[in-house]
Ligand binder design. Structure first.
Ligand SMILES: [Zn+2]
Length: 138
């Protein structure tokens, strides 16, 4: 079925149906990054990761960036309407991270590095909820 209009809540529900179907596959899809040109990185509504390695600069975009390009970005918050919720876990001892811990943090139990865990679900960000409350897109 082709849709002329899709609101944020329905988009999240459709994405979560895919997470339920194949959580590992959807995690891989979300982690994919594709090189784009600098002009794409300068676009204000397009979340593009800028990474430097020595003298070289890389511009990388992921699929969730494309989704949030469609629904819009809150420039001040640097956040789109939809976010992926991932577990974080210690790469050394496997202990699940606490709320607020992010990738690269140090594990309190063993000193290992906290890494990205399973994709739990997609969710509407606070910026997305504000847009819904205003009955408009971010
Ligand atoms: Zn650990």
């Amino acid at each position: 079925m082709i849709k002329n209009a899709l609101d944020i809540g329905k988009a999240v529900a459709r994405l979560n149906a895919l997470v339920e179907m194949d959580p590992d596959g959807m995690k891989s899809v979300c982690e994919a990054r594709t090189p784009v040109n600098p002009e794409m990185a300068e676009h204000k509504d397009l979340p593009v990761l800028v990474a430097k390695q020595g003298e070289q600069t890389f511009y990388l975009m992921g699929p969730l960036g494309l989704v949030n390009y469609l629904f819009g970005m809150d420039q001040d918050a640097g956040m789109g309407a939809i976010a992926g919720i991932f577990e974080v876990a210690c790469g050394k001892c496997g202990l699940l991270g606490n709320e607020g811990q992010v990738v690269g943090d140090v594990c309190g139990a063993c000193g290992g590095e906290i890494e990205l865990g399973d994709l739990i679900e997609f969710t509407i960000t606070p910026q997305g909820r504000e847009a819904i409350a205003r009955d408009e897109q971010v």
